[in-house]
Structures are given as C-alpha cells and as structure tokens.
Design a protein around this ligand. Structure first.
Ligand SMILES: Nc1ncnc2c1ncn2[C@@H]1O[C@H](COP(=O)(O)OP(=O)(O)OP(=O)(O)O)[C@@H](O)[C@H]1O
Length: 210
C-alpha cells in the first residue's frame, strides 16, 4: 500500500516557567493508504502534541519544533509556508478534536458550517455545496438531514454533535483523518457508536478508493 504520511524522529518542546518541557522526543511512524493507526500512551506522553504538529497547530512560542520530518505525499510539512499549509489543512489532512462543542460554532446553522468548508476547498456552487452537506450528514447517520441542516448546535445531542464534527472533517475527502480522542467527551454507549461509525466510514472510503 502507498505511504501517505511519514513522521520521522519528531521532536517538539515547550518553554514554560518551570523550564523546557520536551513534549515529543523522537516519534517515528508511517501511515499507509486505508490504514488505521492508533497512538496510545499515558496522559501527557505527547499524543496530542504529535497530532497537532502534523497539522502545524502548535503555537510558536511557547512551542518549538526541534527537529525531524513530517512528509505527506512527498512534501515535508515542517518546511511549508503557512499559506501552503492552510491549503492542506481540511482538504488533505483533517482533524477531529476531543470536544465537539469547541469545534462547532453555536451562532451558525449546521448547514452553514458544513457548506463553508466545502466552498472554501472545493470549486462548487452554493446549491451543489448544500447537496454535499446533506450527503455528509446522511453518511454520519444523522436522520432527516435536509431539516437538520437548518438547525443550530444546541439542537443536537453530544453524540450527534460529534457526528457533525466528523462530517465536517470528512467533507473534502481528506487523505488523512487525525482523531484526537474523539470519544472522550461522550458517554460509553455513544463512544461505541462513534467508533462503529469510524469503521463504517473507513470501509465505505476503502471501497471508493479501490
Ligand atoms: N502549550 C503547552 N505549554 C507547555 N507544555 C505543554 C503545552 N502543550 C502540551 N504541553 C506538554 O507536553 C506534554 C505532552 O502533552 P500532550 O497533550 O501531547 O499529551 P497527551 O498524550 O495527548 O495527553 P492526554 O492523554 O492527557 O491528552 C505534556 O507534558 C504537556 O504538559
């Protein structure tokens, strides 16, 4: 299988009042097309910092990239200009965070939030973007997507909000989806449903790619 992402000897540190924190020390892994890679480890071992480094979301300062490479389809992301990285974020590599509430805007309808991403990265009309948004809500198992598109975040349950965040992350069909503890904020039954949804979507995407 084709290698999509190659992280080699990644080092990231933070300057704090208590001194320098070496958050990531020499992380190396490869991700191939269609593959699921789970990074596990105790709290504070650097999982989030690793994922945020791939998206180049570490604020510098206090963060600092201390070395290594993050190669996505032949391009070293650590060397890209901010403007080039902005194009990759969301369209080629997407990320889902722990808490769906922080990822969603309470003042916009779900439809507006979904179509915003579509219009930014894909060359589509507003009408076409709306159609894609409906398809995405359907894919993540939101019933009556046409109606739900017009509603606001507070009208959805926690599990449904995370489904919407997943839809937003997948809307531009990214090559890599990074999920940083996407079920932590949810109760156990909903956690299982969301993990099942990931498996389901991956199967569908795999058949699309093959
Ligand atoms: N902005 C920051 N400033 C200072 N130190 C930080 C910052 N962000 C992360 N760190 C430190 O980097 C280390 C790795 O943190 P990280 O959040 O990646 O851990 P984690 O493995 O994701 O933990 P958890 O499972 O609890 O989310 C920790 O020691 C943390 O305190």
């Amino acid at each position: 299988m084709e290698k999509v992402l190659e992280v080699k000897d990644l080092h990231v540190s933070f300057k704090t009042y208590g001194g320098e924190v070496k958050a990531v020390r020499g992380v190396t892994f490869d991700l191939h097309k269609g593959e699921t890679l789970a990074i596990v480890g105790e709290s504070g071992c650097g999982k989030s910092v690793t994922s945020q480094s791939i998206m180049r979301l570490i604020p510098e300062p206090p963060g600092r990239f201390d070395g290594g490479s993050i190669v996505f389809k032949g391009k070293d992301l650590t060397k890209l200009k901010d403007s080039e990285m902005r194009k990759i974020r969301g369209s080629d590599i997407s990320m889902i965070f722990q808490d769906p509430m922080t990822a969603l805007n309470p003042t916009l309808t779900i439809g507006d939030q979904l179509t915003e991403g579509i219009l930014q990265h894909m060359n589509l009309s507003k009408e076409q973007a709306k159609k894609v948004a409906v398809q995405m809500l359907d894919l993540v198992g939101i019933p009556s997507p046409q109606v739900r598109l017009k509603q606001y975040t507070h009208q959805f349950s926690g599990g449904m909000r995370q489904r919407i965040v997943i839809a937003m992350a997948l809307v531009c069909q990214p090559e890599v989806l990074i999920a940083d503890e996407p079920t932590t904020a949810l109760d156990v039954t909903i956690q299982a449903q969301i993990l099942e949804l990931f498996r389901d979507i991956q199967k569908k995407q795999a058949s699309r790619l093959s």
